[in-house]
Design a protein. Structure first.
Ligand SMILES: Nc1ncnc2c1ncn2[C@@H]1O[C@H](COP(=O)(O)OP(=O)(O)OP(=O)(O)O)[C@@H](O)[C@H]1O
Length: 323
């Protein structure tokens, strides 16, 4: 078997997930349409797309839960689903919410979960459970029944179940789904901590700002296709920023900007924003034109392009999905 399972010298650009033409056809629906996905080791990789774009189907193929219709997937260097037995013990996965027993305490849920894992050492079980509870900040609530947990606590308990063993890769399907802002923050900081320890984290989300806040890399899915992937900074840099002008004279500013080729102008209160033309005028000239027309300019500049801008630029569609 070619590559070592563990060991020191790994090429820095090694992929922990790599697919080629990976596809899944359900009756009448091409859920995943031949994607070439590459997740570098050590990244926090955001798998981004609106609901129904094929994220969960892809994750299920990566984890060997369903067979692809075409193409191939390698996880930790080995083909899936063929190598599921050797690969999956090295991967912590949280897919479609944790399965918990409400009548058991958080701690007992983890003990039971660990006992069902034939690769888990029973001698270290209680220590590993305690460490996992600590890691996700549930030590104080460990004796409470899981049914009394908030959604965020349940999600953290699910994460703890993925952390009972050291993992090279964590796969989290919509880990913040349904959480309140505080719960989301907690999961995000946990993901950052895990990544700082060297775990590669692959997480799916339909929330662009979440991906921007936590991920180093991202891939964007739309209608089963992989639209783009790479470092998050590069993806946003691909989209140009919007021009933003703050002025007490928004109507006149809009007229002047339109005359200089700025399109998709919107004015909200004193703030006017718009898209610069493909061959943009010098911004100093544009500013001068506003002032010459009597517009009182309080602020003028380009707003940083976001992943959302990149998505819109790439797909021509809004990233407008229900939460
Ligand atoms: N078991 C199935 N049988 C038939 N069609 C399916 C099945 N699972 C998913 N699909 C379809 O495949 C497409 C992709 O679904 P998928 O769940 O992978 O998307 P997603 O990006 O994960 O969205 P969500 O965030 O809503 O789960 C959808 O059109 C969905 O209806």
């Amino acid at each position: 078997m070619g590559e070592p399972d563990t060991g020191a010298a790994r090429p820095a650009d090694e992929a922990v997930i790599e697919t080629r033409g990976l596809a899944k056809q359900y009756r009448g629906t091409l859920a995943v349409d031949g994607i070439d996905l590459r997740v570098p080791r050590g990244s926090v990789f955001g798998f981004l797309g609106p609901n129904g774009s094929g994220k969960t189907t892809t994750i299920r193929m990566l984890m060997g839960l369903i067979e692809p219709t075409a193409g191939s997937a390698r996880v930790l260097g080995r083909p899936m689903p063929r190598s599921s037995r050797t690969v999956l013990p090295r991967v912590g996965a949280l897919i479609e919410g944790p399965a918990l027993y409400g009548f058991l305490s958080g701690r007992d849920n983890l003990l039971r979960y660990d006992a069902a894992d034939p690769t888990a050492d029973p001698r270290t079980r209680s220590a590993r459970v305690a460490a996992a509870l600590d890691r996700v900040g549930l030590t104080a609530a460990a004796a409470k029944k899981a049914k009394a947990y908030s959604l965020g606590m349940k999600q953290r308990l699910g994460l703890a179940s993925a952390l009972l063993q050291p993992r090279e890769l964590l796969v989290l399907d919509e880990p913040t789904n349904g959480l309140d802002p505080q719960g989301m923050r907690e999961i995000r900081s946990l993901v950052r901590e895990l990544a700082a320890d060297g775990t590669t984290v692959f997480l799916s989300s339909h929330l662009l700002d979440e991906i921007e806040q936590v991920c180093t890399h991202a891939a964007v899915m739309a209608r089963g296709r992989l639209i783009t992937q790479g470092p998050v900074a590069d993806l946003s840099a691909g989209a140009r920023g919007r021009l933003a002008v703050t002025t007490p004279d928004p109507a006149e500013a809009t007229r002047v900007l339109a005359a200089h080729g700025v399109s998709e102008l919107t004015a909200v209160g004193p703030k006017v924003t718009g898209e610069l033309p493909a061959d943009p005028p010098d911004l100093a000239d544009l500013n001068a034109a506003l002032v010459a027309a009597g517009v009182r300019v309080r602020a003028f500049g380009l707003e940083r392009a976001t992943l959302e801008d990149a998505f819109v630029a790439l797909t021509g569609e809004g990233f407008d999905v229900a939460g």
